[in-house]
Design a protein around this ligand. Structure first.
Ligand code: NAD
Ligand code: UDP
Length: 340
């Protein structure tokens, strides 16, 4: 059985991916410092899969800890989710973001190189594209990240690209996620933001549960069909399956050393689409008001995800209805997230 190291594996996307990997027959070793997650998620993974993953509380910036980990466990590949992800926070605390996301990845890669583990799937983001010239966005679009967070992702992408050029034994997948939402269909795992959510779907969920009084829709004067911002929302289960597909691709004899792929649905939905779909499928009112645009927001963007389909044989299949239903199912069963 192949053992996969999942850094950040107790976080939102990492936990769902761990479930997917265990179901596919991999053994998972999770490394997380719980800076943005809760240990209770481990029991949920065990509940769903019938297997408890091994979890090490530790930091990807800790070189000694990583050396010990690789000396103790025979790891086949790494999926590297560990990172900080709040755009606004990254503007206020850029060094924290570069230290954690860039230096953390470099420390991890050095440990991997020492241990001769040279296969890695990296969580990148559509944020590396910034304001694109047009949508759908192909992988060839230029880097235009507009925040320290986005630039930390672009820097890591460059670092990993250089590594594949220096040593053809490396197998690297850079997966650029669009807007991950949704939850495990059981309702036992989902997104659990600390404090007031910044992102749309968790905010909508908390309005639906009565925890927040009203959604503020940031801008309704964009050049979109209904004037609100459009994004490519992707179900976290589809995203998790994308990681499995990437892992399998990298294990192939004919795999290219470097794979760069958008993970999205190639479709966009407006903020109002999300609100009305959520209300309809869950039969719940979502009070909202229009307010000014959020500084730094792009009007509309969505993926050209055709490369992932051709190369990985992966395609997102879940609808916006599924995303809204599963998000609410999680929120309803866990009003305080994992802190219940
Ligand atoms: P998350 O915050 O839920 O998960 C990240 C996990 O990494 C958390 O469990 C956190 O405790 C852990 N972590 C952070 N720094 C660490 C460190 N130094 N050492 C060990 N563990 C550490 O976020 P997520 O939504 O699951 O995102 C996972 C990855 O995907 C991140 O790298 C993020 O930047 C990227 N991404 C997320 C989105 C999104 O909208 N959710 C979009 C694009 C890319
Ligand atoms: N949005 C909103 N109100 C909120 C949060 C988000 O209107 O409380 C909008 C935001 O302007 C964008 C979309 O919802 O058009 C998705 O935002 P989110 O923060 O979820 O993701 P982003 O695309 O910014 O990473």
């Amino acid at each position: 059985m192949q053992k996969i190291l999942i850094t950040g594996g107790t976080g939102f996307i990492g936990s769902h991916t761990a479930v997917e990997l265990i179901a596919a027959g991999y053994e998972c070793l999770i490394l997380d410092n719980f800076v943005n997650s809760h240990p209770a998620v481990v029991n949920r993974i065990a509940q769903i899969t019938g297997k408890t993953p091994l979890v090490i509380e530790g930091d990807v910036c800790d070189a000694v800890g990583l050396d010990t980990l690789f000396a103790t466990h025979t790891i086949s590949a790494v999926i590297h989710f560990a990172g900080l992800k709040a755009v606004g926070e990254s503007v206020r605390e850029p060094l924290r973001y570069y230290a954690n996301n860039v230096n953390g990845t470099m420390t991890l890669l050095l440990a991997m190189m020492k241990a001769n583990v040279k296969t890695i799937v990296f969580s990148s983001s559509a944020t590396v594209y910034g304001e694109p010239d047009s949508s759908p966005i192909p992988e060839s679009a230029p880097y235009r990240a507009a925040s320290p967070y986005g630039r930390s992702k672009a820097m890591v992408e460059s670092m990993l690209t250089d590594l594949t050029l220096s040593d053809p034994a490396w197998r690297v997948a850079l997966l650029r996620y669009f807007n991950p939402v949704g939850a495990h269909p059981s309702g036992t795992m989902g997104e659990d933001p600390t404090g007031t959510p910044n992102n749309l779907m968790p905010f909508v969920c908390q309005v639906a549960s009565g925890r927040l009084p009203m959604l503020s829709i940031f801008g309704h004067d964009y050049a979109t069909a209904d004037g609100t911002g459009e994004r490519d929302y992707i179900h976290v289960m589809d995203l998790s399956e994308g990681h499995l597909a990437a892992l399998r691709y990298l294990a192939r004899d004919d795999a290219a050393p470097l794979l760069i792929a958008n993970l999205g649905t190639s479709r966009s939905h407006s903020v109002l689409d999300v609100v009305t779909t959520f209300s309809r499928v869950n039969d719940l009112p979502i009070p909202y008001q229009f307010v000014a645009r959020r500084p730094g927001d792009v009007s509309a963007y969505w993926a050209d995800a055709s490369y992932a389909e051709h190369t990985l044989g992966w395609k997102a299949t879940r609808s916006l209805e599924d995303m809204c239903r599963d998000s609410w199912n999680w929120q309803k069963q866990n009003p305080q997230g994992y802190r219940n």
